[in-house]
Design a protein around this ligand. Structure first.
Ligand SMILES: [Mn+2]
Length: 453
């Protein structure tokens, strides 16, 4: 069953590949439009690398959302091939009106999968074939499929970097991601081994590497530099040295104690063999690209994907450190403030400009670390002029009990002429500020009903 679905997706991707090839042969510039997160930037990296390898030309624009004004601008452009990554599935009809051919490489749910017959649009999306775009494959993976038969096994790592950025593969890859991983391993591009899943193990002093590790979360240590120092001191380990400088027996002690904190700290590590640290470990790679996006420096991220190991990588690391500082101070703030608990949900709100863009991440990590009550879904609230931007996060235990935040955000926001939606575990909405109290009450009630039914 699954094999068959993958087969359909792969053959649709193959159609896209042939279309791409046709345009490359005619020396057409590929017009790439992609999303500003780690998955979108990696996806742009995949298509641009594939085009560059064939001596083709590309023109990339990275946007936070495919809004009307973006499509409007594109409608005046005279490119012969548009390539949409990580977006586009909700706008197939409008994309069909562009002047050239289009390829859509997306993995978001499609509202109308049947109205899909436009001669000049090749639509590649796992949902069209009954597959799960939240777990099975991300946009960078779908984009990889669309250049796969041009022989690009070296891009398998980048395809999975985006998947990790979209929180796929934290407990192993599945579906199409698994297929891509196997392909990368067979080609000697990616190696997988069991190891401690510590972040930036080769770069950072041990206490920082521990504090910056969020996948998985280490209670009392992740996001807490003092906690991490204390943990290492108690074990008699010097916290200022790098992991690689520990003696073997010290490494054993550390491993044993970390497993006690969270057994998932031992798991599969994915390494891209042609890269040196910090880009060798695919999860570290994805965090660096993510930090570029979060700091609104997506060109830096894209340059890293395109092979800049000098200026762009240096800047990427600076952006990563800035992002980590923000994350750590945000967590400290949550530890102090806590969530404002309602009956079934809790809220955290901020006026801090820099914090606003990472509220969703703070909520997820706060839940995982147990700083926030795991039993109550979190709504983060950030006021933007007359509107409030809401990010909603919960745990898989709560979704198993019936919570569906995507549904709640969509339905509740509609009541106040706002917009919202997303996945069951992570979703978002935008509503008028004046309706905030009513919105919160409504979501509280909705979550109550979801758990009860
Ligand atoms: Mn994505």
């Amino acid at each position: 069953m699954n094999q068959k679905r993958q087969h359909y997706l792969l053959s649709r991707a193959e159609e896209a590949c042939q279309l791409l090839e046709k345009h490359l042969e005619r020396d057409h510039v590929v017009r790439v439009i992609s999303h500003n997160d780690a998955d979108g930037i990696s996806a742009a990296g995949v298509i641009c690398n594939a085009v560059a390898k064939r001596k083709g030309k590309f023109h990339v624009t990275i946007v936070p959302r495919l809004k009307s004004d973006v499509l409007e601008r594109l409608s005046h452009e005279k490119y012969k091939l548009f390539f949409f990554c990580d977006m586009g599935s909700a706008y197939v009809e409008r994309i069909s009106k562009l002047r050239g051919d289009s390829i859509i490489a997306d993995h978001h749910q499609t509202i109308d999968a049947t109205g899909d017959n436009y001669e000049n649009v090749t639509h590649v999306n796992p949902h069209l074939f009954g597959m799960d775009g939240t777990r099975d494959v991300s946009a960078s993976g779908v984009t990889y499929l669309a250049v796969r038969s041009l022989e690009n096994p070296e891009l398998t790592g980048m395809a999975l970097t985006g998947a990790l950025g979209d929180m796929q593969g934290q407990n192993g890859f599945q579906g199409v991601n698994q297929t891509i991983l196997k392909e990368g391993q067979d080609a000697g591009v990616i190696e997988v081994y069991e190891d401690l899943k510590l972040a930036y193990k080769e770069e950072e002093p041990l206490y920082k590497a521990l504090a910056y590790t969020f996948n998985p979360a280490l209670p009392g240590v992740s996001g807490d530099l003092e906690g991490s120092q204390g943990f290492l001191e108690k074990l008699g380990l010097s916290y200022g040295i790098k992991f690689s400088d520990l003696a073997n027996e010290e490494k054993d002690i550390l491993r044993e104690e970390l497993v006690k904190l969270n057994p998932q700290i031992l798991g599969s590590v994915y390494a891209q063999m042609s890269e040196k640290p910090p880009l060798r470990n695919l999860e570290d790679y994805s965090h660096i690209i993510d930090a570029c996006g979060k700091n609104k420096q997506h060109t830096v991220g894209l340059s890293i994907c395109l092979g800049d190991r000098e200026a762009a990588l240096k800047e990427g690391m600076e952006l990563l450190h800035r992002y980590q500082d923000r994350l750590l101070s945000g967590l400290e703030w949550i530890r102090k403030e806590g969530g404002q608990e309602m009956e079934y949900i809790q809220c955290i709100s901020t006026e801090d400009k820099k914090r606003k863009s990472i509220m969703g991440t703070l909520a997820s990590v706060g839940l995982e670390l147990g700083i926030l009550n795991k039993e109550k879904p979190v709504l983060t609230l950030a006021r933007l002029h007359n509107d409030v931007k809401i990010s909603a996060r919960t745990t898989s235990e709560m979704t198993a009990r019936g919570v569906n935040l995507g549904l709640a955000m969509e339905q509740a926001s509609k009541n106040f002429h706002g917009a919202g939606g997303g996945h069951n575990i992570a979703a978002g909405a935008m509503i008028p500020y004046k309706d905030l109290e009513n919105f919160k009450n409504l979501v509280d009630e909705m979550v109550r009903t979801q758990i009860a039914s």
